[in-house]
Ligand binder design. Structure first.
Ligand code: GAP
Length: 456
């Protein structure tokens, strides 16, 4: 059986991301800063949509979770309690010849991958970025940029319980930046030094942790599929007991088939009561939960689904990418789920003529109140469709001179390239339905199919 491999190369994704303004290298005019990336006008929309889709599924549509937004800088004791100061390290080796540094657990051979030189003894390198709080650069003022958002939720557990009067099971969710001084970065935005996470800390009664662990890894696996990732490009990987992180009882990764191979998209861990026990011990404050139903005090267990925004975004881009034959050419199309598409609708007046622009602008202004809409009146209509396909815009609305007379416009679907012509009064409602998944060929009153095979 042949091994499944990604259908797109990383070069193609990087090139499209750069060319169309999704992602740029950080500080590019100065030669870039390794492991840091900037999101361009389309990238920022895509990223917002990924986070919004996550928030909708994990907070908005659930009765048992609440949101939080905690600070990046935290009391240094947090990192003592969490174990990050002592243990958040990767094994580092240096080449004695060229002085390049490598993560030794990722080397295939015991020599420098760059020049073949001899390597130093392995030493542990702590991945946390350090800085100083306040104007004095002294040891007691050292603070760390958080390497995960999780700790902000653990240390606020009591605040959330007390202020929301919620009962267990209770999830706390947040998205935000995290920083890791990775020894090696790479594979585009897959591993960077500054990235964003989407984490849930789900607090449960001890003894129910296994059942919730099962629930959450299935739930999170299905989230990616619901948003358009092909099932055969996803798999679950359970960490063997001997390789588990110090805080974990069990951990299952959702892996995606990236262009560089299968790799972690999200980790779902059963953290037991490790975190609350540690914070309680180091802070001296009880973090017990009083269970009103059973009249017991106990330390909750925690199930943690922890995802990366950038990694998810990369997976969504890779999975959406397609090159398809179109007439005598090939079109590049991003088959983004409409919820993720950076631009939902493009408004394309057939020409720049003033009377057509004056007619089209009010339609544009009306739709943009509800969606991210782009107005494009340059070059041929065919080229404009290609441009929108390449950034994954689900629907194009074309306004032509006939529209001035019959008050109808053409709606063209990205994936099928089918076109329908519908009254402008029906446009908003129709787009709403199509973006929610209705077939393009289902017509509103007064609509007609213009092109059902879709080759314009
Ligand atoms: N609180 C648990 C935690 O942080 P993790 O497996 O270290 O667990 C969770 O990180 C997720 O964060 C990963 O699955 C990945 O998506 C993302 N992530 C971690 N390190 C990253 C990096 N250097 N660059 C980009 N994303 C990263």
């Amino acid at each position: 059986m042949t091994e499944l491999s990604s259908t797109v190369s990383m070069d193609k994704i990087v090139s499209l991301a750069r060319r169309r303004g999704f992602i740029f290298q950080s500080s590019e005019i100065y030669g870039g800063l390794s492991g840091c990336w900037d999101y361009g006008p389309l990238g920022v929309e895509l990223k917002r949509n990924v986070k919004q889709a996550w928030w909708q599924a994990t907070v908005q549509e659930r009765d048992d979770t609440v949101g939080l937004d905690t600070s990046i800088l935290m009391h240094p004791k947090v990192w003592e309690a969490s174990g990050h100061l002592q243990g958040f390290s990767d094994p580092l080796v240096e080449c004695k010849n060229c002085h390049m540094r490598w993560r030794s657990d990722e080397l295939k051979e015991p020599k420098c991958p760059s020049c073949g030189g001899e390597l130093t003894e392995e030493k542990m390198f702590n991945l946390m970025f350090k800085t100083f709080a306040g104007p004095v650069e002294s040891v007691e003022n050292i603070v760390y940029l958080r390497p995960e958002t999780a700790q902000g939720m653990f240390v606020n557990f009591q605040n959330v319980i007390n202020t929301t009067r919620r009962k267990l099971p209770l999830g706390i969710a947040q998205t935000g930046k995290s920083f890791r001084n990775e020894i090696t970065t790479g594979n585009f935005i897959f591993r960077s030094r500054e990235f964003e996470q989407m984490e849930i800390e789900y607090f449960v009664k001890p003894g129910t942790d296994e059942q919730w662990f099962e629930y959450w890894h299935q739930e999170r696996f299905n989230w990616y599929i619901k948003l358009g990732i092909k099932k055969e490009h996803l798999r679950l990987y359970e960490h063997p007991k001997e390789k588990l992180a110090h805080y974990a009882r069990r951990c299952i990764d959702v892996e995606y088939l990236f262009p560089h191979g299968w790799a972690e998209l999200e980790g779902i861990a059963n953290r037991g009561d490790y975190d609350l026990r540690q914070h309680s011990k180091v802070s001296g404050k009880s973090l017990d939960y009083y269970d009103d139903d059973t009249k017991e005090h106990y330390l909750p267990n925690i199930i943690e689904p922890s995802a990366g925004v950038d990694r998810s975004l990369l997976a969504f881009m890779c999975d959406a990418y397609a090159e398809e034959p179109d007439k005598d050419e090939t079109r590049v199309v991003m088959h983004f789920n409409p919820a993720l598409a950076p631009i939902k609708i493009a408004i394309l007046p057939l020409s720049k003529k003033e009377n057509l622009a004056a007619f089209t602008k009010p339609i544009f202004n009306d739709l943009r109140k509800q969606w991210a809409v782009q107005y494009d009146d340059t070059q041929s209509i065919g080229r404009r469709y290609r441009r929108q396909d390449e950034v994954g815009t689900p629907y194009c609305v074309t306004v032509d001179f006939q529209s001035l007379e019959d008050n109808r416009v053409t709606v063209r679907e990205r994936d099928s390239m089918h076109q329908i012509r519908i009254p402008i009064v029906e446009l908003k409602k129709t787009l709403e339905k199509k973006l929610a998944g209705e077939d393009i060929l289902v017509l509103p009153p007064g609509g007609e199919v213009v092109q059902a095979k879709g080759k314009e």
